[in-house]
Design a protein around this ligand. Structure first.
Ligand SMILES: N[C@@H](CCC(=O)N[C@@H](CS)C(=O)NCC(=O)O)C(=O)O
Length: 242
């Protein structure tokens, strides 16, 4: 039995839903509402010590980290394979996934704070309430990140720097996709799945240059291809809870 703790709009949750759909796996949904801070409730933190989504439960096994979860799923449910057979291609796949999490996701998150108005989750709270929520954050890094953002905000300069770092990653992808339809190997892999949820986020964040496919035509073609995959069609969207 597979149970996924996720949020309908979360990019990391989408990675897992897309992989589950590609593999045609049945799963039970437990929706975690980040705006209501359900991710830092003590019962959930027992499953995910960082207080983030997603978390996957497979039988009695608990897994965190979306890129690790999708690698686990691909190993346990090998059909259809989403990892290239060649060890070098597999290494490249993991490098891409690392770039997507630690460069792309990290920088998108900075932009989303302003453009997706994430700061509004902290409005209309007294100083004590803010402090209480910060202290409930299980991860010291996230606690400090929120504390700094609430104190100093995110400047236009920060946004421009973050957007430029995302553009660097897209340039790397364009370069790679000039010589083949997928990021590594001959078929779609977990690397492609790991990044695809972010493309829609560029539009939502009004990062129009990043979705101007005249500037990056190979990436635009890849994006078209990805939207036609079973995983994307079935896993990207999840109905919001009532
Ligand atoms: N590296 C983690 C990152 C997870 C993460 O940042 N999840 C976001 C949603 S995409 C979250 O739960 N944020 C909670 C918050 O903002 O407090 C993973 O890939 O699973």
């Amino acid at each position: 039995m597979i149970k996924l703790y996720h949020m309908h709009t979360s990019t990391c949750s989408k990675r897992v839903r897309i992989t589950l759909a590609e593999k045609n796996l049945e799963w039970e949904s437990v929706h975690i509402d980040l705006a209501k801070r359900e991710q830092i409730e003590p019962d959930y933190v027992k499953l995910n010590p960082n207080g983030v989504v997603p978390t996957l439960i497979h039988g009695d096994r608990v897994l965190n980290e979306s890129n690790v979860i999708i690698q686990y799923l691909d190993e346990v449910f090998p059909e259809p394979p989403l990892t290239p057979p060649d060890p070098y291609d597999r290494a490249q796949m993991r490098i891409w996934m690392d770039i997507f999490e630690h460069r792309l996701h990290k920088n998108i998150n900075i932009v989303s704070w302003v453009r997706q108005e994430r700061y509004k989750r902290w409005e209309n709270m007294s100083e004590n309430e803010v402090e209480e929520v910060l202290n409930k954050q299980p991860s010291p890094e996230r606690r400090e990140l929120f504390r700094k953002r609430l104190a100093n905000g995110v400047s236009q300069e920060d946004i421009e720097f973050a957007e430029a770092r995302v553009a660097d990653v897209l340039d790397l992808m364009e370069d790679r996709l000039n010589s083949g339809p997928w990021l590594c190997g001959d078929a779609m892999s977990l690397a492609d799945i790991s990044v695809v949820p972010f493309i829609e986020r560029f539009e939502a964040n009004k990062m129009s240059k990043l979705v101007d496919w005249v500037l990056r035509p190979s990436l635009g073609n890849w994006w078209q291809r990805m939207q036609h995959t079973k995983g994307y069609k079935e896993g990207f969207y999840f109905p919001p809870p009532d």
